[in-house]
Design a protein around this ligand. Structure first.
Ligand code: C5P
Length: 288
């Protein structure tokens, strides 16, 4: 095999609670990750020369070894003594710095793709360990689908995801740096909030009670990000008027999503959103 082309999906965090800072410098989180059908395309081509090339038309992502896809290739080369190189061509559709996990997803896709292209025969457990070296959200994308996530992102409880629900992901026009968001968060979590009880029930049953999700959903980054960017309130309000059952930030933002009951509901919402002037994407959950 000389090349391989794979889709690299985005995610939406249906709620996100942040716990204490850990000795390793990361925070414990609890979240429900849902993969969606907004995709980048990652093409990996075997090169004889000992180089890692990134080809991408978007100027929003690094074109050097800071790119998570390039870091994934470097990690595999270093840890498995590979002398060959790879050209990684990324067609970007997932917004960057938006909380939809595009970079992490590209990193996971590159690990999985190079495992095949370079015949490394790495197990799921080995890929999981490598993925965590790239970033906290990368392990989720190895399997995708839907999962309750804890630790800094290393503990994954795969569950049956949402099916009929459709999402509208709105770009509010600014970007958030994840490290900034964690550094500036005031963590005052003591009692068990309804959202954590909801996640516990999902883990116990493997299923999502939508009504319970929508009435308990919380994202700890929302007060911080909206205080700095009041446009967040405008977008939440717009989504509410368009019929969203529940709206919030994904990850630390900046994208704000709304949940709609089904295809018909999202299509009628699209009209209002179109006239608002915001860029938005309609996405559906990816079930595996
Ligand atoms: O893991 P990732 O590289 O995506 O994280 C970027 C930064 O966000 C980390 O360096 C850390 O400062 C912060 N972070 C955190 N706790 C997490 C995830 C990220 O503090 N669970």
């Amino acid at each position: 095999m000389e090349s391989i082309t794979l889709p690299s999906h985005a995610k939406i965090n249906l709620g996100l609670k942040v716990g204490q800072l850990r000795p390793d410098g990361y925070h414990d989180i609890r979240s429900f990750f849902q993969e969606v059908n907004l995709v980048d395309t990652v093409r990996l081509e075997r090169l004889d020369a000992d180089v890692i090339e990134i080809v991408c038309e978007s100027d929003d992502v690094p074109h050097d070894e800071r790119n998570l896809a390039a870091r994934a290739a470097r990690l595999l080369k270093d840890e498995h003594d590979r002398s060959e190189g790879v050209r990684i061509s990324i067609q970007k559709r997932i917004p960057v710095g938006a909380g939809m996990g595009g970079g992490s997803s590209n990193g996971a896709t590159t690990l999985v793709g190079l495992n095949r292209l370079w015949n490394l025969h790495l197990s799921r457990a080995e890929l999981h360990a490598l993925s965590l070296k790239l970033g906290s959200d990368v392990p989720f994308f190895l399997a995708g689908g839907a999962a309750v996530v804890s630790g800094r992102g290393e503990h994954l409880y795969p569950v049956r995801g949402l099916a009929e629900t459709r999402f509208v992901a709105v770009d509010p026009g600014f970007r958030v740096r994840t490290a900034w968001a964690f550094e500036n968060l005031e963590i005052g979590l003591t009692a068990t909030p309804p959202y954590i009880s909801f996640l516990n029930s999902v883990m116990a049953s493997g299923r999502v009670n939508l009504k319970r999700l929508f009435c308990s959903l919380e994202n700890d980054f929302l007060p911080l990000v909206s205080a700095k960017n009041p446009v967040v309130h405008e977008v939440l309000d717009l989504l509410g008027r368009a019929g969203s059952q529940c709206s919030s930030l994904t990850g630390s933002g900046s994208v704000i999503f709304g949940c709609f009951a089904n295809v018909e509901a999202v299509e009628s919402a699209a009209e209002l959103l179109q006239s608002s002037g915001y860029h938005f994407w309609i996405c559906q959950p990816r079930t595996i």
